[in-house]
Design a protein around this ligand. Structure first.
Ligand SMILES: [Zn+2]
Ligand SMILES: [Zn+2]
Length: 351
């Protein structure tokens, strides 16, 4: 029996949430009950300035832990029983383009996404489109993973995707992460998993303290980029980073990244930047230092499964990143604390 209504935080336009009951479509074949959905920096950017992918009104939320309401049959004959706790890949690929044909669903030429192009997880229930199921977008989780922790497997998976994208050995090498937010701290945990010497550059002392306690070999408060570059080059004996991850939406970080990157290194632009931002960089830094400037976006269900295993095996600790919990009615507060960098991650719980 389908529920009658779906209580949701509907974004009607920039900075305009409305809590209301949405009808449940009669053709909702796969409806999940939301348990927890985390607030991402992307959500806050969409809330403030909109996004090319988003048409209002929309229910945001793509970092989802939910429960199945009926038995699901996935394409590989896998059965997910009723009442199973799951995480959800936000991807709704076209399944017709070249990238879909090689399984790179996050690179699909006509990609739609749950929580961007169709309604997402800041609601009591979520409707799962067929093409998400066809790529095994619903992944069951073990009992030792809490609902809130599970919601952060999606961003962990995106971070893993960035690390897997290059055939780069970082064991014993320097990895430099620019950004001390939750995403920077997830990259730090992955980097330590590969035994890299990891430096975190940030702007917020409490977050850098957390980075240190997670295991950063060095943390640096970036007040003056020239001073930061000097300190890093000294600390690494002028070797620089083998991998430099830009985990901040501040475009100035790209210039800093290229200047602390070592020879034959990779600089990864992990975070989305403000709309229409054109950067100026020194191309000779790329040329003479043989730096590869790269980007990464989202992940695939395959990587999400790996991320789930890492959390289940307690190799990555997502719990420590959750500092706030709110109900759907308090969504404005959840977005506010995210925007002012209060704590780390907020989750919205649905009951
Ligand atoms: Zn996200
Ligand atoms: Zn496609």
């Amino acid at each position: 029996m389908l529920p009658q209504k779906n209580r949701a935080a509907v974004l009607n336009g920039p900075k305009n949430f409305q809590i209301k009951d949405l009808p449940i479509a009669d053709d909702s074949k796969v409806l999940l009950k939301t348990l927890s959905c985390a607030v991402c920096g992307y959500d806050v950017r969409v809330f403030n300035e909109g996004h090319r992918k988003v048409r209002h009104p929309i229910v945001l939320g793509h970092e989802i832990c939910a429960r199945t309401l009926n038995t699901l049959k996935l394409p590989d004959e896998k059965i997910i029983p009723e009442n199973t706790r799951v995480i959800v890949s936000p991807l709704i690929p076209c399944l017709n383009c070249y990238y879909c044909s090689i399984g790179h669903f996050n690179s699909c030429n006509s990609l739609s996404e749950i929580g961007s192009s169709v309604n997402g997880g800041f609601a009591d229930y979520i409707n799962i489109p067929q093409n998400n199921l066809l790529i095994n977008g619903i992944i069951p989780i073990a009992n030792n993973i809490s609902d809130d922790e599970a919601s952060l497997i999606e961003p962990l998976s995106c971070c893993l995707n960035a690390h897997f994208n290059f055939n780069l050995q970082t064991h014993g090498e320097f990895v430099i992460i620019i950004g001390d937010g939750p995403i920077g701290l997830i990259h730090l945990q992955i980097s330590k998993l590969y035994n890299a010497k990891t430096i975190v550059i940030g702007k917020i002392p409490s977050r850098l303290k957390e980075a240190k306690s997670i295991g950063a070999d060095m943390v640096l408060l970036n007040n003056d980029p020239d001073e930061t570059i000097k300190t890093i080059l000294e600390y690494t004996s002028r070797k620089g980073g083998k991998l430099v991850i830009v985990a901040t939406s501040n475009p100035e970080a790209v210039d800093l990244a290229l200047k602390v990157a070592g020879k034959n290194s990779v600089v990864n632009l992990f975070a989305g930047m403000p709309k229409n931002k054109i950067l100026e960089i020194d191309p000779n830094l790329l040329h003479y230092n043989q730096i590869s400037l790269s980007g990464s976006f989202s992940s695939t269900p395959k990587v999400m499964k790996k991320a789930t295993d890492l959390v289940q095996e307690k190799k990555i600790d997502l719990k420590r990143l959750i500092t706030h919990r709110f109900s759907i009615d308090e969504i404005d507060k959840a977005f506010y604390v995210t925007e002012v960098y209060d704590g780390l991650r907020s989750v919205i719980n649905s009951f």
